[in-house]
Design a protein around this ligand. Structure first.
Ligand SMILES: [Ca+2]
Ligand SMILES: [Ca+2]
Length: 191
């Protein structure tokens, strides 16, 4: 009987200390990072598509946290992209619903495997995410943050294929409409 009381007291103490430790602290398990649109095309000049990343910060009790400063970046391990100065990390502060949003538009490059782009958020040292991948094509095919002849050569090489990095209008094929979009951004670079 006495041992049972000790065990129960220990469990209560542990639960209480866990609650004190984690209430009000960002929790990766309940917080979310979402990027949209699902498919788009981007130019390092920032005058093509825009990705919106929405971060919802909650503690492990599912309570939204207001006033949390969040830094959003490409998710760790992402490949194939270049980010213009000031575009590699965006900061926002959560509102009363625990939500804040940032946007990215001035970046180039494309993940040559599946055109995937994912984001993560650092909320007071707690890493949230990554977001589900979006499909991100780019007129800067080779990720040097400028649209030049070498990008055109890459584009020409995948013309009339289904290469997602050059399918700027997300219709499943690289065709004339994509070439017109490419031409509209030729010789563009970071702002
Ligand atoms: Ca380029
Ligand atoms: Ca297309």
């Amino acid at each position: 009987m006495r041992n049972t009381v000790f065990v129960l007291a220990g469990i209560v103490a542990l639960a209480f200390s866990a609650g004190v430790a984690f209430a009000g602290v960002p929790c990766a398990g309940t917080s979310t990072v979402e990027a949209s649109p699902d498919c788009g095309a981007y130019c390092p000049a920032g005058d093509y598509g825009t990705v919106t990343v929405t971060v919802t910060v909650k503690d492990c009790y599912d309570t939204p946290l207001e006033g949390i400063e969040v830094t959003v970046t490409e998710a760790a391990g992402g490949t194939g992209h270049c980010w213009c100065p000031g575009e590699d990390a965006k900061v926002c502060t959560t509102d009363a619903s625990g939500v804040c949003q940032v946007t990215f538009s001035a970046f180039g490059g494309c993940d040559g495997t599946d055109c995937a782009l994912q984001f993560q958020a650092d909320a007071e040292g707690v890493i949230l995410g990554p977001s589900l991948p979006i499909t991100a094509a780019s007129v800067d095919n080779n990720a040097d943050c400028s649209v030049t002849l070498s990008d055109f050569i890459n584009f020409a090489g995948v013309y009339l294929t289904s290469d997602c990095c050059s399918d700027y209008d997300c219709n499943g094929s690289v065709a004339l409409s994509d070439f017109i979009n490419f031409a509209n951004h030729y010789l563009h670079s970071c702002p």
